[in-house]
Write a protein that binds this ligand. Structure first.
Ligand SMILES: [Zn+2]
Length: 556
């Protein structure tokens, strides 16, 4: 389950719930016993410390992917990735300072981070020069002490230092500077650091910050001429994630996609842990989402062994869901089967915590096809658990990627809990018989005559609001951001009906680069910017549509 998207689960569900009258403790059948045993073994392994939290692109992900492909093989599935069962894809992971970067002053090699760093929006360049610090000459590096600016703006809540630096660097370049070198001789903490998530536009001049001690050492004498050798080399940081894809070919006309993400948070390196202490601990992700992965493996085994062959089945264990649904998005853009034959998609994310007293299972995507209504009846007394319906085809997990391609979806989810995205999401807290009920229910949906005898009609639903409006004082625009987008600004995956962005004429695919006076450099800066507006405020929004830069006005 994806962190940034999960906040709205609390606020946006359209809930139909009925009281659940009879609850009987029945003995498990032999088949159910097999399922429970398999779930225990598979979740036990996937959520063990050996896999170190299955973070996308790590050795833990590799061990998990080998295990899952092995299980797919044992279930008799055909490999349907681009490399056997695997479908590798690149994950953009922000920017990094490459090793070639160096800064030599008077023959002294400055250490990256400790003595200096280039800003992520800096131009890559190589410069050798002998400037004097106090003089601003054409084609020479220019030096700026941030002292005065910081002191002047000490009490200005609207002052944005990084925006100031960018603007000043642009100005310096237009007046002839070959590089901009910043330092801070004041006692005010400027909190500047290399921000790998920065997405502001690259400038056409190198911009470098020299830390306090180094600046004292080399820039103490303002009249001195210094010997500089500077090389800035900033690149994209990338990792490779792997979807695991297995196919059950029954020679049928239509294919059902069953999916669950298998990646989790690792040690919380990506900033999506709910453990706020900052300590390094393995996030085992038993419920999120070893539970869904193990359910997927069981469904492969069960569906392989049924006589009904009305569908083909594609089983996908997605990676990098936790980073922004990257794996499912990659698959829907690079499908390994004929995508026109896909009938519908069922996603399982966090299906291991069925509460024994409330027995609530949330089923999302209910509104994405009229046929779901005839199949799933929350009021049916024979339901094996209490069913809560969420009509929306979008939400905090991978079914969203399929809904965006006009595929009917269902999303199974047993609810949030206090171990969500914490190291304590462990295998001993899984309700194995509860999960077995869910697996059986999904299998009954897949095998029902309603879903297997026809192509399900697709319906568009409302968008769930994804930027959290729970943050204090914030307003929202009503966009669904594309978390996998690597360019400058925020790309809109979807636009909510009736919300400010839609009223202002923004469309899916637009890239927001500025709101009011604030450049949007990252998801965080977008959130911070929204925090500066009140309901009713108006703001100019600059955005890119294709290659065109456009402007509109939103009212919050
Ligand atoms: Zn999650």
């Amino acid at each position: 389950m994806n962190n940034i998207r999960v906040a709205f689960l609390f606020i946006s569900f359209f809930i139909v719930q009925v009281s659940f009258a009879q609850k009987k403790k029945s003995k498990l059948s032999k088949a159910d016993n097999t399922t429970v045993t398999n779930l225990q073994a598979n979740i036990g392994y996937l959520a063990s410390d050996k896999l170190e939290g299955r973070r996308a692109g790590t050795n833990g992900e590799k061990l998990a992917s080998e295990f899952i492909s092995q299980k797919f093989q044992e279930a008799g599935l055909q490999p349907k990735g681009t490399d056997g069962f695997f479908q590798p894809f690149e994950i953009y992971d922000g920017k990094q300072i490459n090793n070639a970067t160096h800064f030599v002053i008077n023959e002294n090699n400055l250490a990256i981070d400790k003595d200096f760093f280039p800003f992520p929006f800096s131009q890559n360049a190589s410069i050798e020069a002998m400037p004097s610090i106090a003089v601003q000459e054409a084609d020479m590096p220019w030096f700026y002490d941030l002292k005065e600016t910081l002191e002047e703006n000490k009490n200005n809540p609207h002052f944005d230092l990084s925006e100031y630096i960018r603007n000043n660097a642009k100005k310096a370049k237009s007046r002839g500077a070959s590089a901009v070198i910043l330092y801070n001789s004041s006692t005010i903490d400027d909190q500047l650091k290399f921000d790998s998530k920065d997405r502001t536009e690259k400038l056409d001049v190198p911009v470098v910050y020299v830390t306090k001690d180094a600046a004292k050492k080399y820039f103490g004498d303002q009249t001195a001429t210094i010997d500089i050798k500077l090389k800035v080399d900033i690149g994209d940081k990338k990792r490779t994630g792997h979807n695991i894809i297995g196919y059950l070919d029954n020679g049928a006309a239509r294919t059902v996609v069953l999916g669950a993400h298998y990646d989790h948070l690792g040690y919380g390196e990506d900033g999506n842990s709910m453990l706020r202490t900052g300590e390094k601990a393995i996030h085992n992700g038993a419920d999120d989402n070893a539970s869904g992965t193990a359910a997927l493996i069981e469904l492969a085994r069960i569906l392989k062994n049924t006589k009904q062959k009305n569908n083909n089945y594609l089983f996908i264990a997605f990676s990098a869901e936790e980073l922004g649904l990257n794996g499912s998005k990659f698959f829907t853009e690079h499908p390994t089967i004929d995508f026109t034959k896909v009938n519908y998609m069922i996603n399982m994310d966090m299906v291991g915590r069925l509460n024994d007293s409330s027995e609530v299972v949330t089923i999302g995507g209910y509104g994405t096809s009229p046929q779901w209504g005839t199949l799933i009846d929350p009021n049916n007394k024979k339901n094996p658990f209490v069913i809560r319906i969420d009509s929306s085809g979008t939400g905090p997990s991978d079914h969203t990627s399929f809904y965006r391609k006009d595929i009917p979806v269902l999303f199974f989810f047993t609810g949030l809990h206090s171990d969500y995205h914490k190291p304590s999401d462990d295998a001993d807290k899984i309700n194995y018989t509860g999960e077995t009920k869910i697996i059986n229910y999904i299998s009954s949906i897949v095998l029902s005559p309603t879903t297997s005898s026809q192509k399900l009609a697709f319906l568009k639903t409302r968008e769930t609001q994804s930027t959290s409006s729970l943050r204090s004082g914030g307003v929202t625009m009503g966009i669904m951001p594309d978390y996998t987008f690597a360019g400058t600004g925020i790309r809109c995956d979807g636009i909510s009906d009736g919300r400010p962005a839609q009223k202002a004429g923004l469309k899916a695919g637009d890239i927001i680069i500025k709101v009011g006076d604030y450049s949007i450099s990252s998801m965080d800066s977008y959130m911070q910017t929204l925090g500066k507006f009140q309901k009713g405020d108006k703001a100019k929004v600059k955005f890119k549509r294709g290659n065109e830069e456009m402007e509109t006005e939103v009212q919050f």
